[in-house]
Design a protein. Structure first.
Length: 362
């Protein structure tokens, strides 16, 4: 998603653009006029004030797009003495979670194309199949929507929240620098909720007691994204046996009182299990047999690499996801894809969820 664009500022910079009229760049002068509800703006527009972009027009071949993830106007192909006019209007769209719940499939999809744009109600509202339209621009990069789930937040209330997972891994790391499956005290949990969450470089474990520098200042979360994440309770009960269907594993994950409260976690084994199209891989199939093409090939969460989950196995070891799901005492590194819950007030700003036109939120 990285593009070679001339970026004209954050909120504060937009004030300068409005007051100074022109900003001088290598590719010439571009004047930016900002309108809010039909009136020329005299103050900056904040991402938290419930506005969305209705229209952007530029003259002399200049093109521009508004990036909600960074709250910036991105200008490309700038030409001399051109003008870009950006119009904001009040956003009366539903909260993102409510919007997605309204997209629940009216009938159970039996083919991948039937599951592309709707969510299936299976212990939460989930995207399933080989490649649904569940892409979202978050942290100015592609993430994907696992679904919408009713979860307990840190303040004690239960809310329907959108659950996201990064489209690609941030690194290959160890779960812990010992043979422990306790997520709350694991080195990986600490790295994700300190260095990664705050975009600061961190010392990471990558094989038993070996360490390396994780450059989270480059891959970590920016301030806008960081403030869009809800702190929630993550269930950490032991998964008894992978020779069980996903329905049993889902129950296992939530069978006890063991929980961790925080912002950045990993996906559950049940997330991985439910992401496969049920008509292709029956819900009675034991997840230990998900290596078959009918299961692994119809599962959008399967990256064909091994990656960590947040769960622990019956023997207390962390669980690895891939073609099969299993516990491991191997201290080697596996892929890490951060998983988060968005705050309930997050709204949809644009996009249709496809790879080329991901949802934009604010």
């Amino acid at each position: 998603m990285k593009k070679n664009l001339i970026i004209f500022g954050l909120l504060f910079t937009m004030v300068i653009l409005i007051s100074l009229g022109f900003i001088k760049k290598e590719h010439g002068n571009v004047k930016v006029n900002t309108y809010i509800d039909g009136k020329l703006a005299a103050v900056p527009i904040e991402s938290t004030k419930g506005y969305k972009v209705a229209n952007i027009n530029c003259t002399n071949g200049t093109t521009a797009k508004f990036n909600y993830s960074t709250w910036r106007l991105e200008i490309a192909a700038a030409s001399n003495d051109s003008t870009c006019t950006i119009e904001f209007v009040s956003n009366d769209e539903k909260n993102f979670a409510d919007y997605l719940i309204e997209k629940v499939c009216t009938t159970t999809p039996t083919e991948n194309h039937e599951a592309v744009d709707c969510l299936v109600n299976e212990n939460g509202y989930r995207y399933e199949g080989s490649n649904p339209n569940n892409y979202v621009l978050f942290n100015n990069e592609l993430w994907r929507i696992i679904g919408v789930f009713n979860v307990a937040t840190e303040n004690g209330s239960n809310q329907n929240l959108v659950k996201l997972i990064r489209n690609s891994e941030i690194d290959s790391l160890s779960w812990n620098n010992s043979y422990s499956g306790n997520w709350g005290t694991s080195s990986l949990q600490e790295q994700l909720n300190n260095g990664y969450l705050n975009a600061t470089d961190s010392t990471c474990a990558y094989y038993a007691n070996l360490t390396k520098t994780c450059y989270f200042s480059k891959t970590g979360l920016d301030e806008i994204s960081r403030n869009q994440i809800e702190s929630v309770d993550w269930h950490l009960s032991v998964v008894g046996d992978t020779d069980s269907p996903v329905t049993t594993i889902y129950s296992d994950e939530r069978s006890g009182s063991d929980k961790w409260t925080g912002k950045v976690g990993l996906m559950y084994p049940s997330d991985y299990g439910y992401a496969v199209l049920a008509s292709s891989c029956s819900r009675t199939t034991n997840v230990s047999r998900y290596y078959t093409s009918d299961c692994s090939g119809e599962n959008w969460l399967n990256t064909h690499n091994y990656e960590w989950s947040i769960a622990k196995y019956y023997n207390g070891l962390p669980m690895v996801l891939g073609y099969v799901i299993s516990g491991t005492d191997d201290p080697s590194s596996y892929n890490v894809r951060p998983t988060i819950y968005l705050k309930s007030e997050i709204k949809l700003m644009g996009g249709n969820g496809s790879y080329d036109n991901p949802y934009e939120i604010s």
